[in-house]
Write a protein that binds this ligand. Structure first.
Ligand code: ZN
Length: 131
């Protein structure tokens, strides 16, 4: 468990931590606050991510993600639910462009007797694990 630095990019800082600690398989959870956010929505018909820029300070109600390999390096895939001052929730696929105000995270590392590596998936157009 740990804390990210104010001003860190939320996704990039979690990924950097995993790479530095050699965590290649696991789960991540976090809560705290961000000063703004960028989240993605995958349009399934178009097979394309659309990004939403939320230009306001918000609470991180929940961040849930997994850690696996992409091109041999640790990659964090995280989804996030955020709340504004009125308690309205926003969320999506966490993207770079989400600066931390304060963030506490927990990582559960799995013993890497297996590895999961993301590959292009023809059915969805996404980078996914093999079945
Ligand atoms: Zn996603």
């Amino acid at each position: 468990m740990g804390r990210l630095t104010k001003g860190d990019d939320l996704l990039e800082a979690l990924e950097k931590f995993c790479r530095e600690q050699n965590i290649t398989l696991g789960e991540v959870r976090a809560l705290g606050a961000v000063t703004q956010a960028r989240v993605g929505y995958y349009n399934q018909a178009e097979r394309k991510y659309y990004f939403l820029d939320l230009a306001q300070p918000m609470e991180i109600l929940a961040l849930v993600g997994n850690i696996s390999l992409k091109d041999g390096k640790s990659m964090v895939h995280a989804h996030v639910t955020l709340a504004d001052a009125e308690g309205r929730a926003y969320g999506g696929h966490l993207a770079p462009g989400t600066p931390v105000f304060a963030c506490e995270f927990a990582i559960h590392e799995y013993q890497a007797d297996q590895t999961l590596s993301r590959q292009p998936d023809a059915e969805t157009g996404l980078l996914l694990w093999p079945y």
